[in-house]
Design a protein around this ligand. Structure first.
Ligand code: EPS
Length: 356
C-alpha cells in the first residue's frame, strides 16, 4: 500500500513528508521534485513569504544512488522564515506572547481549531492549517508523478478561472499545451489574453485589500482503462480523487469532466457516445465524463476540477469576536497571499498523481 504523512508548522524549522510503498529500484530525479516545488511557489497574487522561501527537497531516507530502496522515504523542506520565528515557534523554552492571534478569521480554521483543541489563541491552529504544508504534499505527489512517468501516464494542471475571469469552455488543452503555456504563465493559464485579465483582476483585488479564488483543472493522459473499481464504495477512483482534492486548503468543490454543468443538460447530451477506433478498438466521440465512468478510468483524458474559495486573510478584515474578552472586533490580519489559485493547481496535479 502507498501512503504518506506530512509534519511541520508553517513557521517551524521545516516540513517533512514520509512516503511509503513506492517500489524499490525506481529512478528518482531530484530536480523534478524541486521543479514541482518551484512551480508551486510561483504565481501572481503571492505575498511576501514567497520572497523568503526557496523550497528545495532534501531526501533523508529511502533513496540511494538515485533509486528508491523500497523503505520509507523522508523528504524534508526547510522553512527559511524559521529564522524570524525561533522565539515564537520554539519547541521548548519560555512561552512567547508575540504573534498571538486573538481575532479568528471568518473562513479560516482559526475558531473551530481553537474550540476543538482548547487553545487560548489561533496561532497554534493556523501554523498547521496553513497552506504552507502543501509544499510537503507536493513533494510526496511529485514522487508519484515520477512513478507514473515510467508508466507513460502524464498529468498537468492549469487554471480555468480566477475571480470570475474564465478560460472559455471550448478550450480543452492537452498536457503538452499546459506544460508549454500554463507552466510559464504567472497565473497558470494556457491563454495569454485570459491570463492578462486574470492578472489584472488579482492586482485590483490586492489594491483594495481583498482576495480571490478560482478553479483549477488537472488533465491526465495515458491512463489505461480500469483504474479504480465500481465493486466497493471506497475503491471508486472519482471518490478517492475527490477526497484528496477537497482536502487541499480552501477547496470547496470538486468536479469531473463537465462536472456541475451536467446538472443543466439531458442525458442525451451528457454522455459520451462510443465509436469504433482502429487503434483502441473503442473510443468516445466526446469526453463529458472526464475519463471516469463507474468509478473507473475509461481510457479517455482524465479531467478533474477543483474550486478554491478566496483566501480568508483579508487586509480589510470582516467582523470577528475577540477570544480574549469576547468583544466585537475585526479579524486578525497578517501577511498573506491575495490569490493562491496557481499554486493550488500544482498541488492538485501532484495529489492527483498520488491518488492514481
Ligand atoms: C498562508 C499564509 C502565508 C502564505 C502561506 C499560506 O504565509 P505567511 O503567513 O508566512 O505569510 O504565504 O503559504 C506558504 C507559505 C506556502 O508556501 O504556500 C496561510 O495562512 O495559509
Amino acid at each position: 500500500m502507498m501512503r504518506f504523512v506530512t509534519a511541520g508548522e508553517s513557521h517551524g524549522p521545516s516540513l517533512t513528508a514520509v512516503v511509503e510503498g513506492l517500489p524499490a529500484g525506481l529512478a528518482i530525479d531530484e530536480e523534478k521534485l524541486n521543479e514541482a516545488l518551484t512551480r508551486r511557489q510561483r504565481g501572481a497574487g503571492r505575498g511576501g513569504r514567497m520572497l523568503i522561501e526557496k523550497d528545495r527537497v532534501e531526501v533523508l531516507s529511502g533513496v540511494r544512488f538515485g533509486k528508491t530502496l523500497g523503505s520509507p522515504i523522508t523528504l524534508s523542506i526547510k522553512n527559511r522564515d524559521w529564522e524570524n520565528w525561533r522565539e515564537e515557534m520554539a519547541p521548548f523554552g519560555a512561552v512567547s506572547e508575540h504573534k498571538r492571534v486573538y481575532c479568528p478569521r471568518p473562513g479560516h480554521a482559526d475558531l473551530s481549531g481553537v474550540w476543538k483543541y482548547g487553545f487560548e489563541d489561533a496561532r497554534p491552529v493556523l501554523e498547521r492549517a496553513s497552506a504552507r504544508e502543501t509544499a510537503a504534499r507536493t513533494a510526496a505527489g511529485a514522487m508519484a508523478a515520477l512513478f507514473l512517468d515510467h508508466l507513460g501516464i502524464q498529468l498537468a494542471a492549469h487554471v480555468r478561472n480566477i475571480g470570475g475571469v474564465v478560460l472559455p469552455a471550448e478550450c480543452q488543452p492537452s498536457v503538452k499545451d499546459i506544460r508549454e503555456k500554463a507552466f510559464l504563465s504567472p497565473v497558470g493559464c494556457v491563454d495569454a489574453a485570459t491570463a492578462a485579465c486574470m492578472e489584472a483582476r488579482i492586482a485590483a483585488a490586492k489594491e483594495v485589500g481583498d482576495t480571490l479564488g478560482g478553479i483549477v483543472e488537472v488533465r491526465g493522459e495515458g491512463l489505461m482503462p480500469g483504474l479504480g473499481s465500481y465493486t466497493q464504495w471506497d475503491c471508486r477512483l472519482d471518490g478517492k480523487l475527490a477526497q484528496a482534492l477537497a482536502a487541499i486548503p480552501a477547496i470547496k468543490g470538486v468536479g469531473f469532466g463537465d462536472g456541475f454543468a451536467l446538472a443543466d443538460v439531458p442525458g442525451s447530451m451528457a454522455h459520451d457516445a462510443l465509436r469504433r477506433d482502429t487503434q483502441h478498438g473503442v473510443s468516445r466521440v466526446t469526453n463529458h465524463a472526464g475519463g471516469l465512468e463507474g468509478g473507473m478510468t475509461n481510457g479517455e483524458t482524465l479531467v478533474v476540477q477543483a474550486v478554491m474559495k478566496p483566501i480568508p486573510t483579508l487586509m480589510k478584515p470582516l467582523a470577528s469576536v475577540s477570544l480574549q474578552d469576547g468583544s466585537q472586533a475585526f479579524a486578525s490580519t497578517e501577511r498573506s497571499d491575495a490569490c493562491a489559485v496557481p499554486a493550488a493547481a500544482v498541488v492538485a496535479e501532484m495529489m492527483t498523481a498520488w491518488v492514481i
